[in-house]
Write a protein that binds this ligand. Structure first.
Ligand code: NI
Length: 198
């Protein structure tokens, strides 16, 4: 009799655990779904200056799909490669490249002055718009795009690197985040994403 009671209790507890487990899994799934639906938006307001000294804001990204990359001209490897890939993607788009805006935003405004950016984007080709600004303006733009960057410790000669995230952002005609690629996204991949928005 006592054995039977124990067995009964164990069964009840097992059933209770199963119900709790089920509820737990459902709650977890619900939380994941909600987190996915309320994704932190990428993009937002910024005020910067282009290589010609003109003020540019997020409104300049309206009307055409855009590819946006944050980096710095002194970057030893990743940035130049990725920017060359973006130029490659524009080449692949052919005449349609005119319908796309390509923007390079520095996260090293200290060294990437308007003049430095002008020389850099002109060497790069592809009609890329180079944006810089005050450290505060750059920080605000990076924040809007969830870009991480951290200046490294300068060497005795003053040279330093900047650690930074290297995603290529694709925005739609409304200036809204459409996709991101990379780091090290190939020209074909970038071109595909842009073509889908044309
Ligand atoms: Ni870089």
């Amino acid at each position: 009799m006592r054995k039977g009671l124990e067995r009964g209790l164990i069964l009840v507890m097992a059933a209770a655990l199963a119900v709790l487990g089920y509820v737990g899994v459902r709650l977890y799934q619900d939380l994941v779904l909600r987190a996915e639906q309320s994704q932190v938006p990428i993009g937002g307001p910024f005020t910067l200056i282009d290589q010609a000294g003109a003020t540019r804001t997020e409104k300049d990204l309206l009307g055409q799909p855009a590819v946006v990359y944050f980096g710095y001209t002194y970057c030893p490897d990743v940035c130049p490669t990725e920017l060359i890939n973006i130029v490659g993607a524009l080449d692949l788009l052919g005449p349609k490249a005119k319908q796309v805006r390509a923007v390079f935003i520095t996260i090293d405004p200290e060294r990437d002055t308007q003049k430095v950016m002008a020389d850099f984007v002109s060497n790069l080709g592809g009609g890329i718009i180079g944006l810089t600004g005050t450290p505060e303006q750059v920080a605000a733009a990076a924040r809007a795009y969830r870009v991480y960057y951290q200046k490294g410790k300068p060497k005795p000669d003053g040279a330093y690197t900047v650690d930074h995230s290297g995603f290529v952002y694709i925005l739609d005609r409304q200036g809204r985040y459409a996709a991101h690629l990379g780091p090290n996204a190939a020209p074909e991949k970038i071109a595909d994403k842009l073509r889908a928005l044309l």
